[in-house]
Design a protein around this ligand. Structure first.
Ligand code: DAK
Length: 260
């Protein structure tokens, strides 16, 4: 695993944990951190030890946004490069053939909410706060929130969040369907690990196919999405895991998946 300056990456029990660590600036994402995150995700995609990825933040924040100090010196061309870099990261997480869980502690603002949105599942601590305050800076979200937020919570709520820049509590995030669950602060990592273990127990190829089909289907008419599901369902029948999963049920035992 690489030596990173702004993140830490560990793998235990086939669960990878990426911790963003720039606590002095509440884990604000500068270009270097985004580049490191992208590299880590790309490496974990091909790391057979890692079946699931959890992303969290060090200290009192998940991520307080894109690094405003760095953005301040950018012109339009650099803004495009910066936006594209962030989009590459979010796309890599979304398209990764493994489930990604955001364990959201404290502030998840701007790019922090966008990073959480790119993950498959969001678990928030009670002290988590979400928001897209970019318009107060005279900009718009640049790492996918104008697209992913309305797909997740609907256009009306997404527009309210983006137009007003309102910061919302974890409870409100749960109400609007932005997060999957809210847990006491001290239970956050346990809850994220428990969720990761549950997913890990399932057939890994099946989870990967399900993720791809759900994500790709969201951008297509229902019938096309159902077509994707048929193809992926059939693909499962070319795997040893499918034979093992069904046989284990018949033999009333736990399956031993090999991921092939
Ligand atoms: N960037 C840089 N530094 C930040 C930061 C950020 N986003 N957030 C906090 N910090 C720094 C603070 O400046 C402070 O540094 P020092 O003064 O100690 O040197 C340190 O972190 C601690 O912050 P505070 O002292 O402010 O801590 P508080 O607990 O009092 O307040 C806060 C916490 C989160 C409410 C406050 O720090 C805050 O409002 N931060 C900014 C939150 C924010 O607006 N986030 C959204 C950023 S905009 C795009 C690409 C991407 C994006 C948009 C466009 N394109 C290229 C088109 C994404 C945009 C964003 O994410």
């Amino acid at each position: 695993m690489n030596n990173y300056r702004n993140i830490r990456v560990t793998v235990q029990e086939n669960i990878a944990l990426i911790t963003i660590s720039r606590p002095d600036v509440l884990n604000a994402l500068n270009s270097e951190t985004v580049t490191e995150l992208l590299k880590a995700v790309q490496e974990l995609e091909h790391d057979p030890r890692a079946h699931i990825v959890i992303i969290t933040g060090d200290g009192k924040a998940f991520v307080a946004g894109a690094d405003i100090t760095e953005m301040n010196s950018k012109g339009p061309e650099e803004a495009r490069t910066y936006s594209e870099l962030g989009h590459s990261l979010m796309r890599a997480i979304q398209n990764m053939g493994k489930a990604a869980i955001a364990a959201v502690n404290g502030y998840a603002l701007g790019g922090g909410t966008e990073l959480a949105l790119a993950c498959d599942i969001r678990i928030a601590s009670e002290n988590a706060q979400f928001g897209l305050p970019e318009t107060i800076l005279g900009i718009i979200p640049g790492w996918g929130a104008t697209q992913r937020m309305p797909r997740l919570v609907g256009t009306a709520v997404a527009k309210e969040l983006i137009f007003t820049g309102e910061i919302i509590s974890a409870r409100r995030a749960l109400e609007i369907g932005l997060v999957n669950r809210v847990v006491p602060d001290e239970d956050l990592m346990t809850a994220a690990m428990d969720m990761a273990r549950k997913i890990k127990h399932q057939g890994p190829i099946a989870v990967s196919h399900a993720k791809q089909v759900i994500n790709r289907g969201m951008d297509r008419p229902l019938q096309e999405g159902c077509g994707l599901e048929i193809d992926a369902f059939v693909s499962c029948f070319n795997t040893e895991d499918q034979k093992e999963g069904l046989q284990a049920f018949i033999e009333k035992r736990e399956p031993r998946f090999k991921g092939r």
